[in-house]
Design a protein around this ligand. Structure first.
Ligand code: PLP
Length: 393
């Protein structure tokens, strides 16, 4: 069987060998419960503390400000609901954007049913919020601003430092969903005035099912789950020691390699985009052209359906995404692509390619060759395209 060509690193990544190696003992010989006072338990606790230290160093925080969770979605839920419940005596208004991940959007929807009010900011054609619109949306009831660091579908990076300054000026808490950004962009919670930051290990070559949440010291946040007093009483449940160790190792490696990794991804992305622009007509590049995640290229192919593209690419062993993997199965066009002003058919024709560690220029060439052939074949089966060509002649 041919090796698959994987271009879906925004959906998930493989666990790095060094990461797996550090995790393995915690499934067998080091199986202690971190709450136990005997040595095997104390060693588990020490390993969790070391992972906490590694996360803290990466984002310039204190270890005591890091809480481990079960995934990025859980970090987002604790940030949104935990802050809302803890601050409801101060106000009931939250500001977010129309292009957030569903972990944020659906947490906000739940709060709306409970009497909170939420403003969903627009974004421009490139997916960037308008800072003036943000400032105008602030009321004396606003308790939280939650704006993602980088978008998972189109890769656009938001003006986080400026948002942090506005939040600080009005004394409002600022959460950012950093799930796609960690491992791809430098995040400094102090310099950027970030009060809460969500992370997820499986996006930066760590294991699935473990996440982290930074909460600035002194910020009140309610727990969502009752049980024991783990994670300083914020997140009940016996810790996933192996997962946490893996997250810690993965974030440490990604932080050390950040510059080299980014340079490589930008090179692959730019080569891919330039080749597609040169070889396939009637395309549109989605997202901001410069302020974007290094490995993300989101392109709409006119007269083609993204799902058909995916199936045909899959037949060649190529993995990519037609939107966000989290919403695969739904036939609705992506809310992010609609929010940046794409027509329904343009959104349906979008292909998200996200490059990563194991990709090479030869892989990109194979991807481009495959797309040239598939897009042409699919277009020639599209009555709309044939009509378009006929009218052009
Ligand atoms: N936030 C963003 C921006 C994401 O891209 C994702 C996953 O794709 C999540 C949150 C959810 O993370 P997890 O899969 O760890 O729950």
């Amino acid at each position: 069987m041919n090796k698959i060509k994987y271009f879906d690193h925004a959906a998930t990544t493989s666990v790095k060998e060094e990461v797996l190696k550090e995790m393995l003992p915690y499934f067998s010989i080091e199986y202690g419960n971190a709450s136990s006072i005997y040595s095997i338990g104390r060693r588990a606790k020490r390993s969790i503390d070391e992972a906490r230290r590694r996360v803290a160093i990466t984002i310039n925080s204190e270890p005591k400000e890091i809480y481990f969770t079960g995934c990025g979605s859980e970090s987002d839920n604790i940030a949104i609901k935990g802050i809302a419940y803890a601050n409801k005596d101060k106000g009931n208004h939250i500001i977010t954007t129309k292009i957030e991940h569903h972990a944020i959007l659906n947490a906000c929807k739940t709060l709306e049913k409970e009497g909170f009010s939420v403003t969903y900011l627009n974004v421009d054609k490139q997916g960037v919020i308008n800072l003036q619109e943000l400032e105008n949306a602030i009321t004396n009831k606003t308790i939280l601003i939650s704006i993602m660091f980088a978008n998972n579908e189109i890769g656009t990076i938001e003006p986080i430092e400026e948002i942090g300054k506005i939040a600080k000026k009005y004394n409002i808490l600022f959460h950012t969903d950093g799930v796609q950004a960690i491992g791809n962009a430098k995040i400094d919670v102090k310099n950027m005035n970030i009060d809460l930051l969500s992370m997820s290990a499986h996006k930066f070559y760590g294991p699935k099912g473990v996440g982290a949440l930074y909460i600035k010291n002194g910020v009140k946040c309610n727990k969502l789950q009752d049980g024991g007093h783990q994670e300083k009483d914020l997140r009940a449940g016996t810790e996933n020691v192996a997962g946490i160790v893996g997250l810690g190792k993965a974030i440490q490696i990604s932080c050390q390699n950040l510059h080299k990794y980014n340079t490589k991804l930008v090179e692959l992305r730019e080569y891919y985009i330039s080749q597609i622009e040169k070889r396939i007509p009637y395309i549109k590049i989605n997202g901001h052209r410069e302020k974007r995640l290094p490995g993300n290229a989101n392109i709409s192919f006119k007269f083609v359906d993204g799902e058909d593209l995916l199936l045909n690419l899959d037949a060649k062993g190529i993995c990519a995404s037609s939107g966000s993997a989290c919403s695969t199965g739904s036939t609705n066009p992506s809310h992010v692509l609609l929010a940046i002003g794409l027509k329904e058919e343009e959104a349906r024709g979008a292909l998200r390619v996200t490059f990563g560690e194991e990709n090479t220029i030869e892989d990109v060439e194979f991807l481009v060759e495959s797309l040239v052939e598939i897009v042409e074949r699919l277009r020639n089966m599209s009555p709309e395209y044939l009509e378009f060509v006929k009218n052009k002649l």
